[in-house]
Design a protein around this ligand. Structure first.
Ligand code: UT7
Length: 351
């Protein structure tokens, strides 16, 4: 009798499971923020030995934004982006379950910048933490955030990508100071049982690449001393050409891999959202995927490389051009090395 009931229960649970629609995480709102101050190529010509022609042809960058003012950290940018989301969707801050912040330039070594953002935005019921994966941080965080939604336990998750790169740039080093800028954005993730949302992600890392792109001092290996400050070791160290080679190959390959894995042809892709590190890397990725130029989100000319900020800032700027059901591929490569691609079916039409 007992075993009969047990069998019945097993069959009932099985039928329930196969009928139950899978919960996916959908991006349901986007926010973004850029500081007002602009640093143009002409401004940089006055500081280092460079010129507009070199910067434009090698990177595609014309200007970038800089967050100025005492005591202004990355959270200042993120807070604006998060508040936009709450206002747009008329959501009470206490409804947010979790906030993940992807950043390479946290307000403090600890606590997490996510804690600062959550506090200042009044997210009193959210737990919050940072993810550090350099330029791929937003993709890593988006994937992590989506898993919390997919379990069915969490209903509203905010994922932030933000950096105040000007805080770790040596403005005497012409090979790095021309590239980076400040800015960031955020997305809201909510559950959906429609055929929409974050469908697939491929995330990769190879720590043996760390020596080509990193900040030498300020961590536990080399805490700050007078010498580390004098030697400018608290700023970005990058071997540009080496990073370029890895970025071109890996970002393009992983973007192509996620298309293949999901049986997407170039015509099926509505948008490519590439990390904005260098226009030449963006072009290489686009060509490998076979998609036309009009399908690529590009704003590197205006903002430079905002590290964790590039992907959400693209989504924010192009929000009104994306349609419900659009197949969107996000791709990134950065320090670590870290890289990856995410396939999203966009969940809403322009407002
Ligand atoms: O987002 C994180 C991941 N980062 C990236 O994806 C960045 C990847 N790397 C790059 O985007 C490029 O390597 C850079 C934009 C950083 C540099 O471009 P490049 O075409 O690789 O230039 P290069 O380093 O090979 O330098 C070429 C020349 C050198 O002069 P010589 O040795 O040929 O005489 C440099 O000294 O350009 C010189 N140079 C500059 N000239 C004018 C380097 N920086 C500058 C500058 N202005 N700002």
């Amino acid at each position: 009798m007992r075993s009969g009931f047990f069998l019945f229960k097993q069959i009932r649970d099985y039928l329930y499971r196969i009928n139950m629609k899978k919960i996916r995480a959908a991006i349901t709102a986007v926010g973004g923020y850029l500081p007002e101050d602009r640093m143009t190529n002409a401004d940089l010509e006055k500081i280092v030995d460079t010129n507009d022609e070199w910067i434009t042809s090698r990177t595609g960058i014309k200007e970038r934004r800089i967050l100025k003012g005492e005591g202004q950290g990355s959270s200042v940018i993120a807070i604006e982006a998060v508040k936009q989301i709450l206002e747009k969707r008329n959501i009470n801050p206490d409804e947010i379950d979790l906030l993940i912040c992807a950043t390479t330039t946290p307000d403090y070594v600890f606590p997490a910048t996510a804690n600062v953002i959550a506090d200042k935005c009044g997210l009193i019921n959210a737990f919050s933490y940072d993810i550090s994966a350099a330029c791929s941080g937003f993709l890593y965080s988006l994937t992590t955030g989506s898993q919390f939604i997919e379990t069915g336990k969490y209903k509203k998750v905010i994922v932030v990508g933000v950096d105040k790169m000007s805080s770790i740039i040596n403005y005497e080093d012409r090979t790095t100071c021309i590239i980076f800028g400040d800015g960031g954005g955020a997305v809201l993730l909510e559950p959906t049982t429609e055929d929409l949302g974050i469908v697939d992600s491929i995330l990769k890392s190879d720590g043996s690449g760390r020596k080509h792109l990193y900040q030498k001092a300020g961590g536990s290996v080399k805490p700050a001393t007078v010498e580390t400050v004098q030697n400018k070791e608290h700023s970005v160290y990058q071997e540009g050409q080496t990073v370029f080679k890895f970025a071109v190959t890996n970002m393009a390959d992983v973007a192509y891999e996620i298309m293949e894995r999901n049986s997407l042809g170039a015509d099926d892709v509505a948008w490519l959202v590439p990390h904005q590190a260098n226009k030449r890397i963006i072009d290489a990725t686009r060509k490998r995927m076979g998609v036309s130029e009009d399908k690529v989100m590009v704003n590197i000319h205006k903002y430079g490389n905002t590290t964790n900020g590039t992907l959400p800032l693209c989504l924010w700027e192009y929000e009104n051009q994306m349609k419900k059901g659009d197949n969107i591929i996000l791709a990134a490569f950065g320090g670590g090395f870290t890289w990856g691609a995410t396939y999203i079916k966009w969940a809403y039409d322009p407002k």
